[in-house]
Design a protein around this ligand. Structure first.
Ligand code: WT7
Length: 697
């Protein structure tokens, strides 16, 4: 992004108008049991003690061999942590707990159908399943350390079993969110170079048993078109012994895992001793260009970071029942359903389905029945639950000591419902700001040490040192009321190592903007650009405004606008497509799609339907546009760029601003009428992220 905007201020100078919210203190009961009550932690993790401070997190793990170099910067900005250290993530999440906790539930699985019994997987049982499946992966699928394997799995216990089996062998897993289409999955298979795809026949979602295996066929085909051959598809069974897919197994390619597993009953596999900096997994995320980025996460640094933050920010103790209602297909699930909690020997709850199925009380019935005491979800879900059943939580006898919000800014009003009604005024809330790339939390209060402030993520977590820069690299300090680009000054162990196969893009996207010297091996010269706009209050609390690039945060997850636009352009009659965010009551933001047609085509409902279908097929239902507007022409700059800023203003009934410099200013009013109807509508102020959207020069 570059600066244009002459008449207006740039985002680095936007004054922000909201009022400061009151501070709310955690209860003495919470504080008295909390894992971290020593304010000295900030001193221990200050820049003076960097990078050695992170030994405190690494010491939560069991190492085969300690590192000799805490932080190796010789390949800047690809940082290496705990170099010389040897460790296995699966051993740390499973084996080492057996002595003390083998009979304790590691995973509590709640199927979506309410009449289907819950399943408790003890640490011993997890150990057995992971070993047997690891043996299958090694001896049947021929996978070994360093190979990539793509998982396209929903929320079933077989997913963490698969991840941990990979980790045991040093095989790099790349889990693609189950709700993504076969096509999206195939692109990620190809990008990661996976020759094995692991899936399941079916799963429950919103009252339906969904055929999922059919996506594997599409994925294999899409991967083949991109030059990647998948030679084995391993298929778990939602109900072992049954098969719930219309897509028959392909002879010689597809294997029902439960059949093959019979040959590995009782098998045990030694965990492979991995170098701390060996990759543990890839997690794809959207960027500004069409191609998703495979964020490569390390073994030792990542695990240390998620264990430390799970312990101190999530306040997880082994005796807690911890429920993160995210999907393991996103980074939140990797870090804070699987790796962090299991590294701490916690009991982690996995729920298969939709939070409001079959009714708005479901989540609270689960909480009551399992006696969940730590709850973790996203604002989009909080908004949905509040809308569907504002009085439901009070009907159930559960008590949370701690709750998390993650993924997007939470409106203070929604925050207060979460605190008062869901948390019954008893739970400490942490608003955790971070990203797929960062592996774990960047900002959050330490729940027993600092008060909560609705709508603010809080100060940086220990060992993270943010800085807000304006466009010119000037620091915007506390209390200026100005927002800028929030960066992190220092490396930390949870950070991704690179973009899989594209180091140049990694450097360009995350480090080029504020790098002081491209040849420097000193981490101080390489601030990490998060891509978010934020401001810092007088009291040291950060408030995150949202993305500064053209990525739309839908229901707490980033969608690349270019990806959506390319999908729309596969519909034959479409000439141009532009996607902008529109405020959505539940999802926070939703994509609004503008299309123009090739000459000779008429606007029709069918075209709109084809666009929606193309997006669902190529990306997934999560990306479904809220509206499809067929416009005669797009507003464009003189250099021919579509002015998404103007479209975003129209979609959100915000001030369109000055359009006189456009190549075709007269199309704007026509589009406005098409979207908003005849007559003038009252303009809204609109959120800052939308006001800033599409500011490319
Ligand atoms: C983007 C990262 C974090 C894991 C899930 C999403 C936004 C995230 C917050 C928060 C305000 C937030 C940011 C960030 N975001 N958490 N607590 N308050 N905004 O991971 O898909 O990589 O998205 O989500 O814009 O950059 P992701």
């Amino acid at each position: 992004m570059a600066k244009k905007k002459s008449a207006e201020v740039s985002e680095a100078q936007i004054a922000v108008h909201w009022q400061e919210e009151e501070l709310i203190h955690p209860s003495p009961q919470f504080v008295s049991q909390a894992n971290m009550t020593d304010p000295g932690i900030y001193e221990r993790f200050s820049l003076d003690n960097f990078p050695e401070c992170f030994k405190e997190y690494a010491d939560l793990l069991t190492w085969y061999q300690y590192w000799d170099t805490m932080l190796d910067t010789s390949d800047a900005p690809c940082w290496k942590w705990f170099v010389g250290g040897l460790i296995n993530a699966c051993y740390n999440c499973v084996d080492r707990h057996l002595d003390k906790y083998k009979n304790k539930a590691a995973i509590l699985f709640v199927p979506e159908p309410e009449d289907e019994p819950h399943a408790a997987v003890t640490y011993q049982e997890l150990y057995v399943r992971v070993n047997e499946f690891a043996a299958l992966l090694r001896d049947f699928a021929g996978l070994e350390k360093g190979d990539r394997v793509t998982l396209h799995m929903p929320m079933v216990p077989e997913l963490p079993v698969t991840m941990l089996a990979c980790a045991r062998l040093g095989v790099i897993h790349s889990e693609v969110f189950g709700g993504f289409s076969g096509q999206s999955c195939g692109e990620r298979v190809a990008d990661s170079g996976s020759r094995v795809l692991i899936t399941i026949d079916a799963y429950h979602r919103n009252g339906k048993l969904i055929d999922h295996k059919v996506n594997a066929d599409l994925a294999v085909e899409a991967a083949r078109k991109s030059g990647q051959i998948v030679d084995k598809v391993l298929v778990w069974s939602r109900y072992p012994g049954q098969y719930h897919s219309a897509s028959p197994p392909v002879e010689g390619r597809d294997f029902m895992i439960n059949d093959v597993l019979a040959d590995y009953a009782g098998a045990r596999v030694d965990p492979v001793r991995m170098a701390a900096e060996d990759p543990l997994f890839l997690m794809y995320t959207s960027g500004t260009t069409g191609r998703p980025k495979g964020c490569q996460h390390s073994t030792g640094g990542y695990l240390a970071y998620v264990a430390g933050t799970s312990k101190y920010i999530e306040d997880i103790h082994p005796e807690d029942v911890y429920w993160c209602m995210a999907d393991i297909g996103w980074i939140t699930g990797h870090s804070y359903i699987v790796y962090g909690p299991l590294a701490l020997a916690a009991t982690t709850v996995m729920y298969e389905g939709v939070p409001t199925y079959p009714d708005a009380g479901r989540a609270w019935r689960i909480a009551e029945r399992l006696d969940v005491n730590i709850f973790h979800t996203a604002p989009t879900t909080v908004r949905m639950l509040r809308k569907a059943g504002p009085d439901e939580p009070a009907k159930y006898d559960y008590h949370f000591k701690h709750m998390t919000t993650v993924g997007e800014p939470i409106e203070p009003e929604v925050w207060r419902w979460y605190y008062d009604v869901v948390g019954k005024g008893e739970a400490a809330i942490v608003d955790t700001w971070w990203q797929t790339e960062t592996g774990g939390f960047l900002c959050s209060t330490l729940p027993a040490l600092q008060p909560m402030k609705p709508g603010s993520t809080g100060p940086a977590v220990p060992g993270i040192h943010p800085v807000i820069y304006d466009e010119n690299g000037e620091e915007l300090g506390a209390g200026t009321g100005k927002a800028g680009n929030i960066c992190i000054r220092n490396p930390w162990p949870g950070a991704f190592q690179t973009i899989w196969g594209d180091r140049e893009r990694y450097v360009d996207t995350y480090y080029a903007k504020y790098c002081r010297d491209k040849d420097s091996k000193d981490w101080r010269d390489w601030p990490y650009l998060t891509g978010d706009a934020a401001l810092l209050a007088e009291d040291g609390y950060y408030r995150i405004l949202g993305r500064i690039d053209d990525v739309i945060n839908v229901a707490g997850h980033r969608l690349g606008t270019k990806e959506l636009e390319s999908a729309a352009l596969t519909v034959e009659e479409i000439a141009e497509a532009a996607v902008v965010p529109v405020v959505d009551e539940i999802k926070g933001r939703a994509p609004d799609m503008y299309i123009s047609l090739k000459p000779g085509f008429e606007a029709s409902k069918e075209t709109e339907t084809r666009v929606v279908k193309a997006i669902e097929e190529m990306i997934g239902k999560i990306a479904r546009p809220k509206h499809v507007h067929v416009v005669p022409d797009m507003p464009k700059t003189r250099s021919g760029k579509i002015m998404r800023r103007v479209l975003a203003a129209i979609s959100n009934t915000m001030d369109i601003g000055d359009v006189s410099t456009l190549a075709n200013p007269d199309v704007v009013e026509g589009i406005r009428v098409l979207v908003q109807g005849e007559g003038k509508v009252a303009l809204k102020k609109g959120p800052e992220d939308i006001a800033r959207f599409g500011d490319e020069g």
